[in-house]
Structures are given as structure tokens and as C-alpha cells.
Write a protein that binds this ligand. Structure first.
Ligand code: ATP
Length: 236
């Protein structure tokens, strides 16, 4: 197992956002976490990436207890978050943003390989290398955010709402790329409101409701599940 979050409780002051959830990701899998607004998806990502500490519970990554590690320490171990809202640097160029993704690294030749990988996945970014990121379209900015995360050479790439704000065709394209990244050997955990896309692209998934995991199964099982269909896919 690559990642195990066990009995995780996360609080914001008096508000409890996660009520003791457990999530596992095996090496090579694409796992998704679906749920409505406010279900706790982003809180789960914050807890896993180390942006926010847990009040209770444990996170094990690659055989090591990382519960008490800071976000930058987890990043160096390959636990990499591509945050909701993308979090790119709007005043910097595409290349400068990608460089930021590799800032913890010194392995020059491996970094060059990763540039090639990112530009192979996103030819658009190569065409726009010198463009200031803030002037790019939403889809291009999302590609850049994923590209920057890949420049940290993740063992586990965590994507928070990669489809947010994108037109249907672009959503399809972003998920095609997520599938390709997985086929290249990177394990993926994706948080999504777009349940249909997420489930159809995932090996396994968890359904989160008000800070609790209420259901888990393969992507295909959950796509077929009547209560999931009614609540998240808009079909009875
Ligand atoms: P969304 O899709 O809207 O981002 P989500 O599933 O990611 O939803 P979270 O953002 O994790 O949900 O929020 C879970 C709960 O925690 C919500 O009740 C939310 O109001 C609360 N919450 C989130 N961030 C904070 C914060 N910084 N301070 C206080 N409460 C917060």
C-alpha cells in the first residue's frame, strides 16, 4: 500500500470537517473521492498534503508515518498536491511556474527528463513556454498546474477538482491526460465533484458525505450503484 489514512479527524476550530475517515491507495491505482460541496474533499487533501494537521488519526506514506511531517517534507517524499483553484503563479511564465515545481530538486538530468515528460503530455505548454500564466485560458492554467505538480516527481499525485470551471470538452481532455499520467506509472488520488468522469476513470472510489466515508467500491460498481446514481449522477 502506498498511502493509508486511518481514522482521520480534522477540525477548523469548533467545526469538525472530517469525522474519522480512512482512505487507502495502492501503488499504480487511480482512486477518486467524490462528494457534494462541503463534504470534506478539500479538507482530506489538505490533511494528506500536510497543509492542515489532523486532530486524530494517522497517515502512512510509502511505509513511513508522515502524520507529523510538514507539507514541504511530505512533498520531498513524493506526496504532491495539485490544489483546488490551481494555485499557479499568475505573474510568472509557464517555464518559471514549472521551475517552481522542481525547486526542491537538484537532479538536473532527471529534471530535464521531467520537462520532456510534461511537454509531451501538454504540447500546448511548450508552445506557450514564455507566456505569462495569468493570461492563459482556464484549461491551459489547469494543464500548467498539473505540469508543475509533475515537476516534483510525485509518487502519489493528488488532484483537487481538476475539472473545476472547465467546459465539457476540456474536462474530457484533462481526464484523458490523468489516465495517461497513470499509465506512465504515477499513482493518482483525485477529488472531484464531476462524479461521472471521476468514477469512469478510477480503479476504486470513496463517497464522502459530511465528513464521513459512506460508500466505497470499484469505479464501475459505484457507477452502477442506485444511490450514487441518484445523488451524484443525476439519474434515478
Ligand atoms: P467544496 O467542493 O465546496 O470545496 P469540499 O468537499 O472540498 O467542498 P471542504 O472544503 O473540505 O469540502 O469543507 C468541509 C467542511 O469544512 C465544510 O463544512 C466547510 O464549511 C468547512 N471548512 C472548510 N474550510 C474551512 C475553514 N478554513 N474554516 C472553517 N471551516 C472550514
Amino acid at each position: 500500500m502506498l498511502l493509508e489514512m486511518k481514522d482521520a479527524v480534522l477540525n477548523y476550530g469548533k467545526i469538525q470537517a472530517l469525522h474519522g475517515i480512512s482512505v487507502e491507495v495502492n501503488e499504480g491505482e487511480v482512486v477518486s473521492l467524490i462528494g457534494a460541496n462541503g463534504a470534506g474533499k478539500t479538507s482530506t487533501m489538505r490533511a494528506l498534503s500536510g497543509v492542515r494537521g489532523l486532530s486524530q488519526g494517522q497517515i502512512t506514506f510509502n511505509g513511513e508515518d508522515v502524520t507529523k511531517l510538514r507539507a514541504d517534507q511530505r512533498l520531498r517524499k513524493g506526496l504532491v498536491l495539485c490544489p483546488e483553484g490551481r494555485g499557479i503563479f499568475p505573474g510568472m511564465t509557464v517555464t518559471e511556474n514549472l521551475n517552481m515545481g522542481a525547486y526542491t530538486r537538484k537532479d538536473k538530468s532527471a529534471i530535464d527528463e521531467d520537462y520532456d515528460r510534461v511537454f509531451g503530455l501538454f504540447p500546448r505548454l511548450l508552445e506557450r513556454k514564455k507566456q505569462v500564466a495569468g493570461t492563459m485560458s482556464g484549461g491551459e492554467q489547469q494543464m500548467l498546474a498539473i505540469g508543475r505538480a509533475l515537476m516534483s516527481r510525485p509518487k502519489l499525485l493528488m488532484l483537487d477538482e481538476p475539472s473545476m470551471g472547465l467546459a465539457p470538452m476540456l474536462i474530457q481532455q484533462i481526464f484523458d491526460i490523468i489516465t495517461e499520467i497513470s499509465q506512465q506509472g504515477t499513482t493518482i488520488l483525485v477529488v472531484e465533484q464531476n462524479a461521472k468522469q471521476a468514477l469512469s476513470r478510477s480503479d476504486r472510489a470513496y463517497v464522502l458525505e459530511t465528513g464521513n466515508i459512506v460508500k466505497t467500491g470499484t469505479g464501475a460498481e459505484l457507477l452502477d450503484d442506485p444511490s450514487v446514481r441518484e445523488a451524484y449522477l443525476g439519474v434515478a
